[in-house]
Every structure is written in structure tokens, then in C-alpha cells.
Design a protein around this ligand. Structure first.
Ligand code: MOS
Length: 740
């Protein structure tokens, strides 16, 4: 049985990526390719009264203009959380209804992208407008508690352990604070893009996605096709981050146009249209109450949160699924509500709930540390647990205390002075050191894999999974290479291709923990198959065995699932539906953990915040690809920094929509903002979640980073900023921030 830490191997697709040989959907350039461009709604809510497309149709190079009057027979693909496949139940262009500014109202297809974009600008609409509202301060009838709602209550009911309200009332030391997290957009470098074409009645779609299975089945439902007649190819996504985790609104438009024109149609949604064309991280507001004894044992936590949803769907939050489990707090009450607003349905964006919840809860923990006059690391260590507070089940593994201890050591935490504004450079620069933790469910989904070895030396693995840049190909190659005792670079990995294997959603940090056990099991099955040809085979290149046996190839298939899942989950996998399990399993609960330490430097006059260093130590079980795992954690630290100090999608209460809808105005960290990032892993396998001991990494690595930075800003300045992003105006407005 292969065991031990994995070596830091290079990315198996690095060479392809730097040469431009990694092919993304919009890279498909062929002589007969036609190009689409969208015209979008200029009002936030109402009805189209008139739509004039004559000038667009007459423009040079235009082949087709589609509006809601041309979409007969097309249906919604259904909402992901309602048995469907799309990020929202509402499919634009099936009626004159406008639900949000920026919603597509026409698709223009032309010989060139320039001609299509020009013609799209000539589409003219008039509207009957209706009032709308965008803020969390909505009338009571627009607020829906998750508890008691039609949503699955096993997941979305209040999270209750013990008697939190009673224990809070009786606590000696209390914190009661409210934190705000803004809407944000993930902005993957690869824009939302689709190439659709029809061959002999089969629809072939190329689209960067985390969920090619849902794109396939969503299109089949929308167009009334047998899913066998839909193929979706997503070998690479140029970043996805949750934006691409379900069926998109633009895809069917390209498919309908390609069918009308009997030619491949490429539709790239522009950067600014993407702000309204796909899901986003909704605004949320969190009230956190913590009650502790004077020694720092937390007796009670109450976490109540409101999150923005759309008017047409209920998009629920899972903030307290994480905060209930971060520490061993015996009395916990979590309550979440959804606030209807007039936007496209929000959705998942990296650590969708854990990041805002982590900012709120871990800021409150810092406030409690100061209320107790207790070191913030010591407070966290004093509230560790080995048992899940909500279910009483054991945690499959938890090394959060070790993350804190190692992180503190690497950071030099012992040299920190407790008092705010007590570490000052000679030029008046205020130094702040902050700590915060994160947790994230360690989930897993079923996966199907087909592994084939050829006499010419090739080895090919096809498996459920998607490569969004996180490095799943490298993780799969490492695991399989160890199992077969071959070089990882000799293995071809096929992911995100519905022709090669049924595809499940790759999200929620469960991709590696789902796909690598399938690859490992397939490797084991292949060894057995090779042994039946050569009883002496004990690993190494399969080609030798095949040649001696006179065989051109040998293939094996396996299907794996999460602990405790029934065999019926394989039908959901085949049907393109979510089939994930976690954090709760029949006999245990599984979470990944991280501890973050951050330094900020606050300039004395402008209050500009710079971040020179971040230390993150992660417990994600066994690390099967150290190189790409470190890269994930660096990206998460940078994203946490962006979220703490830069990112916000600004809404306009008068006209609706997101107004800073491009990368000039939606501010993300640039190179000069990026600190030294020191990454550590516990690298202890989780003994129960899967045979390899892998837990999730991509999102836990970001959870808590923003709180570590906000806590560092407080330590530097004495100012507690409870609203993200932290901006100069907040630091300058407070009298305490003025240099003395
Ligand atoms: Mo995601 S935010 O794991 O699709």
C-alpha cells in the first residue's frame, strides 16, 4: 500500500499552459465559425414594450438576431437547488419580463465578433418599468427564514446545540456585534464563453465549466433533447470560483443560433456583461453574540445572518454550518434568512458562506479576546474540540490547534504586544498583527473513472472532475503514478468531458477528495487486470505486460462514492444532479481547517493599509499535490486580502445593476499589493473520509483571511472595522485614527 507524503512534482499541464497548448472553449477558431454578441436590458425591472432589431438585422455581416419572439419551445433548465441545472430558474429571452439590469434581451450573430458587437449596440428597446429594491433593508414580506422554508430542512434549518440564549444571558463576558459583507463578483480570467454546434442532430458544446454534466442535462431539458444527444467538453476552465458551477443563461442562446444557422456559433460574454450574466457573492449581514467565562471558555454563540437572494429564487446560506463547528462551543444557535432583491440569482463564490461568516465570527472572537484581555491565539486554543458540537459525532480529523501553534511559531507571534496601536515604527507607521481561523466542510461526491493502458506505453484516465486551474490533473496523476509506480507525466488525464465519463459538479472543495479516490481505485483494479495477464506483475509500466501478453490495451472501470452514500447516488451522477455528502457522514463529521496570521502596516497620515506578510497553515488531510496545493493557498491569501481591502460590487439604488462592472473599477489586488505568503501544511491523512486521507483545500485556505487582516487593522489602529472592504474613508473618519 503506497503511503507517506507526496513529493512536490511539477504541474503536469504546466508545459501546455505556458505554450498556449491548453485549449479553452473560446480558443476554438475555425473558418465557418460565427460570432455572437448580446444586447442587454437597460432597466432593472419591468417588461419590454417594444424591441426594434431592424437596424441590427440590416447591419453588415449580420446573419441572425434572436429575441424572446424566436425562442418557441425552449424551457428553463430549472434552478440548481430545485431539481434543475441552472444558477437560476429564470431563463432570459423566453418572455418580455425583465428581472435585472444587464439581462440579455437579444443575441446578434455575425461573421465577425466586431460586426456582432456593433449590431448588438443597434438593438433598441422600450420598457414599462416597475419599482425595485436591492438592499438588505427590505420590507418584512420580502424576508424568508430558511428555517421552516420549503428548502431541505436537514441542511437549512436553524443550527441548534444546547441552550445558547440561556447560556449567553448568564455569561460573564459578552460580545454582541454586527458585520457586513458586500456583493462581490469572482471575475475568472476566462470569460463566460460557449462554442455550440450541431452534428447529425447532436449538440456539441465547448464551455469552461465546473459542471459539464449540468450543462449537458440543462441543455437537454431546455431543448427537449435526449441527453445522449448532448455532449459537453470542458477540458479547461480559466478560473471558475463558483461562477461556472452550474448551467448558464447564455449557453442555450448559442445552441439555438447554431441550429438555425447550421454553423458553429461562439458566444463570449463580455467582462461587464458577466457582472449580470452569472451568479455572484450576495451581500450578507451577520450579528454574532459570544458569551464566555473569565478564563476564556466560550459558553454560548449566537450567529444570525441575512443574505441577499433574487426575487425569483431562494438562494440559501450555510454560514452557521461552519461557525457552529469552528470551536467546541456547546451552546450554539444559528439562524439564517434570505432577503429578496431584484437581481439575477446570487450564487457560490469561493468559500461562499465560510468567507463572510469567517470574517464576522473571527472578528467577534478577536473582540472577545480584547474583552477578556486574553491573547487571541490562546483564546482559540482554549476552545478546541474533538467532537462536533451540533451532532455529538466525532470529527474524522482536526488539527486546528496544531495549525495555530505552527503558524504562531512561523509568524513570530510571541513578539506581539497585546494593546492596540502599541507597535509603531519610528516614522509613525502603525504595525498590526492579527490572527483568525477558518473551517470548511470536507465533502465528497460519487465519481466514475475509466482507466486504460496501451501496449504503446500510453496510460489514459477519464474521470469525473474539472480542471479550473487548481491542479486536479496533477493531483490525479500523482495519485495514479504512485499506485502504478510510473512517471506522472506518462498519464493522460481526461476531465470535464461528458463523452468520457459522467461528470459531477466540481465545487465545495470536494473535487480532489472525490476524483483521486476513484483514480486510486481504478489503479488498483488495473493492477489486478495486469496480474491476470502476468501473475508476477507488481507495478511499473503496464506496456511490458501487455506486449508480452499480445494485447493492444486493457481497460478497467470503477465508481466510488462518499462514506455512507447509497448506490442511488450514481443515478444522480448520471443525471447531472448534485450528489455530494458532507460535512455530516453516518459515523463522523469532516471539516478542513486553517489558521492565518497577517501583518498590516498603516501609514500615519493617509491611513493607507499595506500587507507585508501572511502566514497560513492548513489541515486538509493528505496533500497529494504539494506544488498546486501551495499555489491554491497563495491564491486564497491574495483573495482574502482583496476581499478585506479592495473588492465590492457597487449597486445603484436608482437605476439598478452593478455599476463598477469591469476590472478597472472592480478593484482586486495587483502584484504590488501581494505580500510574502508563507504556506504550511499539517499533511496528516484523514483516516475516515477516503482511502487516501484527502480533505478539501481550495476554500478553507481563504476562510478567515479577511478577519486576520481586519484584526490586524484593529491591532494597528484601535479601530474595529465591521464592514468589508476596509477603506481609507473608514480609517480616516474615526477621530481615533488621526495621528497624535
Ligand atoms: Mo464553488 S464556490 O466551490 O463552486
Amino acid at each position: 500500500m503506497p503511503d507517506g507524503k507526496y513529493p512536490s512534482t511539477p504541474r503536469v499541464d504546466a508545459w501546455d499552459k505556458v505554450r498556449g497548448a491548453a485549449i479553452y472553449a473560446a480558443d476554438d477558431a475555425r473558418p465557418r465559425m460565427l460570432h455572437g454578441a448580446l444586447a442587454v436590458a437597460a432597466v432593472n425591472r419591468g417588461q419590454i414594450v417594444s424591441l426594434d432589431v431592424e437596424r441590427a438585422r440590416a447591419a453588415p455581416g449580420v446573419r441572425l438576431v434572436l429575441t424572446h419572439q424566436d425562442m418557441q419551445g425552449v424551457q428553463s433548465a430549472g434552478f440548481l437547488l430545485g431539481g434543475g441545472f441552472a444558477f437560476q430558474s429564470f431563463q432570459p429571452m423566453l418572455s418580455p419580463a425583465i428581472h435585472y439590469r444587464g439581462q440579455p434581451i437579444a443575441l446578434v450573430v455575425a461573421d465577425t465578433v466586431e460586426a456582432a458587437q456593433h449590431a448588438a449596440s443597434l438593438v433598441a428597446a422600450t420598457y414599462a418599468v416597475e419599482p425595485f429594491q436591492l438592499s438588505l433593508d427590505a420590507p418584512a414580506q420580502d424576508i424568508v427564514a430558511q428555517h421552516g422554508s420549503p428548502l431541505p430542512q436537514a441542511t437549512y434549518a436553524d443550527k441548534v446545540a444546547g441552550d445558547a440564549d440561556g447560556a449567553y444571558a448568564a455569561a460573564a463576558v459578552k460580545v454582541d456585534a454586527t458585520y457586513l459583507s458586500p456583493p462581490q463578483h469572482p471575475n475568472p480570467l476566462e470569460l463566460l464563453s460557449t462554442v455550440a454546434e450541431w452534428r447529425d442532430g447532436t449538440l456539441i458544446v465547448k464551455e469552461g465549466s465546473q459542471n459539464s454534466g449540468a450543462v449537458r442535462h440543462g441543455l437537454a431539458r431546455q431543448l427537449g433533447l435526449d441527453p445522449a444527444r448532448v455532449q459537453v467538453l470542458s477540458p479547461q476552465a480559466g478560473g471558475a470560483f463558483g461562477q461556472k458551477n452550474s448551467h448558464q443563461s447564455h449557453t442555450v442562446l448559442a445552441a439555438v443560433a447554431a441550429r438555425r444557422l447550421d454553423a458553429p456559433v461562439k458566444l463570449v460574454v463580455s467582462r461587464s456583461q458577466g457582472f449580470h450574466g452569472a451568479s455572484f457573492r450576495p451581500a450578507s449581514r451577520h450579528r454574532v453574540r459570544l458569551g464566555a467565562d473569565r478564563a476564556g471558555r466560550i459558553a454560548a454563540a449566537i450567529h444570525e445572518a441575512d443574505q441577499q437572494t433574487s426575487r425569483h429564487d431562494l438562494f440559501p446560506a450555510s454560514f452557521t454550518e461552519m461557525t457552529a463547528r469552528l470551536y467546541g462551543i456547546r451552546n450554539f444557535r444559528g439562524h439564517e434568512r434570505m432577503v429578496r432583491t431584484d437581481v439575477q440569482t446570487p450564487g457560490y463564490m469561493r468559500a461562499p458562506f465560510e468567507h463572510p461568516a469567517g470574517f464576522a465570527f473571527e472578528s467577534a472572537m478577536d473582540e472577545l479576546a480584547y474583552a477578556l484581555d486574553m491573547d487571541p491565539v490562546a483564546l482559540r486554543l482554549a476552545n478546541d474540540t474533538t467532537v462536533d458540537p451540533l451532532t455529538g459525532r466525532p470529527l474524522s480529523s482536526r488539527h486546528l490547534a496544531e495549525c495555530l501553534r505552527r503558524g504562531a511559531e512561523r509568524f513570530g507571534w510571541a513578539r506581539r504586544s497585546m494593546a492596540p496601536a502599541s507597535m509603531v515604527e519610528r516614522d509613525g507607521t502603525a504595525i498590526g498583527w492579527g490572527v483568525a481561523c477558518g473551517a470548511h466542510k470536507a465533502a465528497a461526491s460519487p465519481a466514475a473513472a475509466r482507466l486504460e493502458a496501451f501496449a504503446d506505453g500510453r496510460i489514459r484516465l477519464a474521470v469525473a472532475g474539472h480542471e479550473m486551474g487548481q491542479g486536479i490533473r496533477t493531483a490525479l496523476a500523482n495519485v495514479l503514478a504512485r499506485r502504478l509506480s510510473v512517471d506522472p507525466r506518462t498519464i493522460e488525464i481526461i476531465v470535464g468531458d461528458t463523452r468520457a465519463a459522467d461528470q459531477h459538479l466540481t465545487a465545495g472543495s470536494w473535487g480532489t477528495a472525490s476524483a483521486t479516490p476513484a483514480a486510486d481505485a481504478a489503479g488498483e483494479r488495473l493492477i489486478q487486470a495486469l496480474r491476470s495477464l502476468d501473475p508476477g506483475y507488481s507495478g511499473g509500466a503496464p506496456a511490458e505486460v501487455l506486449r508480452r501478453a499480445g494485447r493492444a490495451s486493457v481497460a478497467v472501470e470503477v465508481a466510488t462514492k462518499a462514506p455512507g452514500q447509497p448506490d442511488a447516488v450514481f443515478q444522480r451522477l448520471q443525471g447531472g444532479l448534485p450528489a455530494v455528502q458532507g460535512p455530516e457522514f453516518p459515523d463522523f463529521v469532516s471539516m478542513s481547517y486553517a489558521a492565518h496570521f497577517a501583518e498590516v502596516r498603516v501609514e500615519p497620515r493617509t491611513r493607507r493599509v499595506r500587507v507585508p506578510r501572511i502566514v497560513t497553515v492548513v489541515d486538509c488531510g493528505r496533500v497529494v499535490s504539494p506544488r498546486t496545493a501551495e499555489s491554491q493557498v497563495r491564491g486564497a491569501a491574495i483573495w482574502g486580502l482583496g476581499s478585506a481591502l479592495r473588492e465590492i460590487s457597487e449597486t445603484d439604488g436608482r437605476y439598478g445593476g452593478f455599476v463598477n462592472a469591469d476590472l478597472a473599477e472592480y478593484v482586486v489586488p495587483v502584484h504590488a499589493d501581494v505580500p510574502e505568503i508563507d504556506v504550511g501544511f499539517i499533511d496528516e491523512p484523514d483516516p475516515r473520509l477516503n482511502a487516501l486521507g484527502v480533505k478539501g483545500l481550495g476554500e478553507v485556505a481563504m476562510t478567515g483571511v479577511a478577519a486576520a487582516l481586519a484584526n490586524a487593522v484593529h491591532h494597528a489602529t484601535g479601530l474595529r472595522i465591521r464592514e468589508l472592504p476596509i477603506r481609507l474613508d473608514q480609517l480616516l473618519a474615526a477621530p481615533a485614527a488621526r495621528p497624535t
